[in-house]
Design a protein around this ligand. Sequence first.
Ligand code: ADP
Ligand code: MG
Length: 235
Amino acid sequence: MENLIEIQNVYKTYQLGKVDSQALNDVSLKVGKGEILIILGPSGSGKTTLLNVISGLDKISKGKILYEGKNIAKYRDYKMTRFRKKNLGFIFQTYNLLEHLNVYENVLVGSSLGNVSTDVDTIIDTVGLTKHKKKYMYQLSGGEQQRVSIARALAKKPSVMFCDEPTGALDEKTGKVVLESLVEANEKLGTTMIIVTHNPGIALIGDRVVRMNSGKIVEIKENKKRMAPKEIPWG
Ligand SMILES: Nc1ncnc2c1ncn2[C@@H]1O[C@H](COP(=O)(O)OP(=O)(O)O)[C@@H](O)[C@H]1O
Ligand SMILES: [Mg+2]
């Protein structure tokens, strides 16, 4: 598989008063084009920090973050923002949707961020919200809202989607439907997915699983076969 991202010897230190806290300690990792990569680890192990530095939301203390060979860790803020806006999609535990817009309009806003034309209806179909197009956010369940945020992120056709605990606020049933939307998007659109979770069941839907502990990668495991979200154990 062709590599899209390569992280080389990355360190991230947070200064907390007089003490330094090492959130990432010599992390190296490759992400393949079109793969579903899972980052798994307990709370505080550095998963969010890793996701935030790969996506340029946060700066590294040392190392390289290469996208198709280009070191984005060297980018100035405005260049980083432009790169992120054009190429990267984000899904968080909270949905951050526009309450005064309906589903269709929320996704349309997402598509206006990229510089490619998108068929908003097709994207809404991909996440299974065709029947809910005209609804406002308060008329949707948590799982449906999360699928709107997935559609919104997909609408600019990002090369990578960064998902930080995307089912963290959901129950098993709706959480699995949300994961199905991510897998569907990966299969239909070829979008590379990096999914952070502390739930070992979710690790089974990916191609590879990066296990973290105390700011370090402790294991990278390949799954022989992706498991369908509806088949995975929960928690
Ligand atoms: N902005 C910050 N300032 C100081 N310390 C932080 C900051 N963000 C994270 N940390 C610390 O870095 C470590 C890793 O945190 P995080 O990446 O959020 O872990 P996870 O997502 O695995 O729960 C923790 O010890 C956390 O307290
Ligand atoms: Mg986290």
